[in-house]
Design a protein around this ligand. Structure first.
Ligand code: 5RP
Length: 212
């Protein structure tokens, strides 16, 4: 079965976790693209917040109610993809450049569900780790980071920040996450700690592996 089919079965399984009346955070990416029609097809009354303009557009297109993330202060559930899933639960996100908004949404969710195909679990996290960097002082921030580069061909985030990638050694993800967060000018990085993650649904062939 292809990666696309695995993304679909994982996303469809995640859609089944959503209940009527829930406030739902919608991630970004090709796996989430399969979630949106599956969620809409359930015909539930939901309030959704999107983590990117492209998810907002796609969600509205299938009839989901998308609201601004201003007065909503928590989610019953948020569902999102991942680029890498480590055995200890650390994630790398941000291949689609939406990791800052995705992390804000994940942190506000009672349950953060990750959906992925079977290419995403890795033995150990490796570079690149996506970054969102303030445009102000960008060259100085890159110098301070040492091993990081602006991602070619990627537009700024909807919040006006540059998208870059850390390309250096990973080592202990917790230590790296702390180091990246400590650099002024780093808005957010794409390392998501296991404590943020409630469930991981991995499509394997036509079945879904559920890690929680
Ligand atoms: C976007 C993300 C995505 O969730 C991640 O890149 C996985 O994308 P896909 O589902 O297309 O493989 O973090 O910022």
């Amino acid at each position: 079965m292809s990666g696309e089919a695995e993304k679909r079965v994982a996303a469809e399984a995640a859609a089944e976790l959503v209940e009527d009346g829930m406030v739902v955070g919608l991630g970004t990416g090709s796996t989430v693209a399969f979630l949106l029609p599956a969620l809409a097809a359930r015909g539930l009354s939901l309030r959704c917040v999107a983590t990117s303009p492209r998810t907002a557009d796609a969600a509205r297109e299938v009839g989901l109610r998308v609201e601004a993330f201003e007065s909503i202060d928590r989610f019953d559930v948020a569902i999102d993809g991942a680029d890498q899933i480590a055995p200890d639960g650390w994630l790398v996100k941000g291949g689609g450049a939406a990791h800052t908004r995705e992390k804000v949404v994940a942190a506000a969710a009672d349950r953060f569900v990750v959906v992925a195909d079977s290419s995403k679990p890795v033995d150990a996290i490796r570079a690149p780790v996506p970054l969102e960097l303030l445009r102000y002082g960008l060259a100085a921030t890159l110098r301070e980071l040492g091993t990081a580069e602006v991602r070619a061909g990627t537009p700024d985030s909807p919040d006006g920040n540059a998208i870059a990638d850390y390309t250096g050694e990973i080592g202990d993800p917790a230590a790296l996450a702390a180091r990246l967060s400590a650099v002024p000018g780093v808005v957010e990085h794409g390392l998501f700690p296991p404590s943020l993650v409630s469930d991981v649904l991995i499509g394997r062939g036509d079945t879904v592996e559920h890690r929680s």
